[in-house]
Design a protein around this ligand. Structure first.
Ligand SMILES: [Zn+2]
Length: 475
């Protein structure tokens, strides 16, 4: 059993055994896995982790399963990308993108499903099940296939063909339910009480499942040379991922793997489904359910189970929870793709757009080491891009046609684009912007860049602008 002591109710602290349980019988609070941190601190060190596999299982001591399962999809150890070009555009300093588009089925869900199904097999459960609108469906079907488990994946019948195909291909039972996602969820809950011997990954094995998200914190710290970031931006659907990233950073400090240091944790939502951001703005603890209407479907949970705890984490760590519009989400996807070569799904667009908004507001600062969590691959949500993508031109297969298209493009550029600004005007604009907000150090670079971006859009190379702002501000 490793270092796991048992399950405990997050509200009334009652203890429960390590079984397929997720809710407290007394107060209906969520159950959470408890570890013996003293014993962990005595055994776990950086060398022991470094000697482990290049997957999430290198952190097995800090997970509720004994070790790497025999049949695995090689989840985790995704790149932590230093995002210098994106940082320059946003007026930020040391910025990283945690690129979880690189997991086996293209999203962070592989982390939680790997832990849930490994635990399920240990508990003797042979059927994997879930209700999902996409990422979770992909991951459960793929992991079940690899482990030789039966899977039941329930989806709304009007789901996009690509999500049906990328789940069905793994060969499990895929049931399209005539109804909304809420109907699917309710049916799933009813099935869970009919079949207590099935592992419903986000129902009866949820305490183990959600622990998988801690590896997003562990990997970032290890990839930073066992140091903590100053500020992270995390998307919020149920809120579980954000709270578990927080728990992960706390545990690293508890067992002595990193020096103690504060990590600000900020949350990102789509305005069309932003119950947690609304509660944050209103200064209340009450997360009021909403009816989702956003292109960020993987974040569209109107009644987030861990919303309250996500609020608590943002408030106690000095973070914020902010929301962005669908247009801003698309801009976020394009911005990340064109500056760093990473194609994120709409949830990643939410994270990047929120990061940009917080940089402009001076909340994410130039003097902070920042990590943005990009949790899913853009190939999953191509339809959301709509008309915002397409060929630059359609040409005949001849050199003349190619040249004509380039001439036409050059003509468009000279005719329709505003005059580029010269260096002297640029420096004057930068001085004005610095004066306007009374910026005194590089901490305020995000705010200054926000003003300049609005003024100089399309007329100057923003990386060049960023360099000049840096030169005018001292640390
Ligand atoms: Zn309780």
């Amino acid at each position: 059993m490793g270092f796991v002591e048992g399950l405990r109710c997050r509200e009334c602290r009652r203890a429960y055994p390590i079984e397929a349980l997720h809710v407290c019988d007394y107060c209906f609070g969520p159950l959470e896995v408890v570890y013996d941190y003293e014993a962990l601190a005595a055994v776990v060190d950086r060398d022991r982790i470094a000697a482990g596999p290049r997957t999430i299982w290198r952190y097995a001591d800090l997970l509720p399963t004994p070790g790497a399962p025999e049949l695995d999809l090689q989840v985790g150890c995704t790149p932590l990308v230093r995002a210098e070009r994106l940082a320059a555009e946003l007026g930020l300093g040391e910025l990283y993108v945690k690129d979880d588009t690189r997991n086996p089925t293209g999203s962070f869900k592989d982390r939680v499903v790997a832990v849930a199904l490994s635990k399920a097999r240990e508990l003797g459960l042979k059927v994997a099940a879930c209700a999902s609108t996409g990422n979770l469906a992909n991951s459960v079907a793929a992991h079940a296939a690899r482990a030789g488990m039966t899977s039941y994946v329930l989806i709304p019948s009007d789901l996009e063909h690509v999500k049906v195909a990328t789940t069905a291909v793994f060969g499990g039972r895929l049931l399209a339910v005539e109804g909304t996602y809420d109907d699917v969820n309710r049916l799933c809950a009813e099935l869970a009480s009919e079949h207590p011997d099935w592992a419903f990954v986000n129902v009866n094995v949820r305490p183990y499942y959600s622990e998988g998200s801690k590896t997003l914190a562990f990997e970032v710290a290890e990839q930073l040379g066992w140091q903590l970031p100053d500020h992270v931006v995390v998307p919020i659907a149920s809120g579980s991922q954000l709270t578990k990233i927080h728990k992960g950073f706390e545990e690293l400090q508890k067992v002595g793997l990193v020096e103690e240091a504060p990590v600000r944790i900020s949350g990102a939502q789509a305005q069309g489904c932003s119950p947690v951001a609304q509660a944050f703005a209103a200064g209340t603890d009450a997360v009021r359910p909403v009816k989702p209407d956003t292109i960020a479907k993987s974040l569209a949970i109107g009644n987030p189970a861990d919303g309250y705890y996500a609020l608590e984490v943002a408030r106690t760590t000095g973070g914020v929870i902010e929301a962005v519009t669908d247009d801003e989400i698309l801009e976020g996807i394009h911005l990340l793709a064109r500056t760093e070569g990473i194609f994120a799904e709409t949830a990643g667009g939410v994270t990047i757009a929120t990061l940009a908004k917080l940089a402009r507001a001076g909340i994410v600062r130039h003097d902070e080491r920042v990590v943005a969590y990009v949790t899913g691959n853009g190939l999953k949500t191509v339809e959301a891009l709509g008309d915002s993508v397409g060929p630059s031109a359609v040409i005949a297969p001849t050199l003349e046609s190619f040249a004509a298209a380039e001439d036409a493009e050059a003509k468009v550029l000279t005719e329709y684009l505003p005059e580029p600004v010269d260096a002297a005007t640029l420096d004057a604009e930068i001085k004005n912007a610095i004066r306007e907000i009374g910026a005194s150090s590089r901490r305020d670079m995000g705010k200054v860049m926000g003003i300049l971006k609005a003024k100089l859009a399309g007329r100057a190379d923003m990386s060049e602008v960023s360099r000049r702002v840096r030169d005018q501000l001292t640390d």
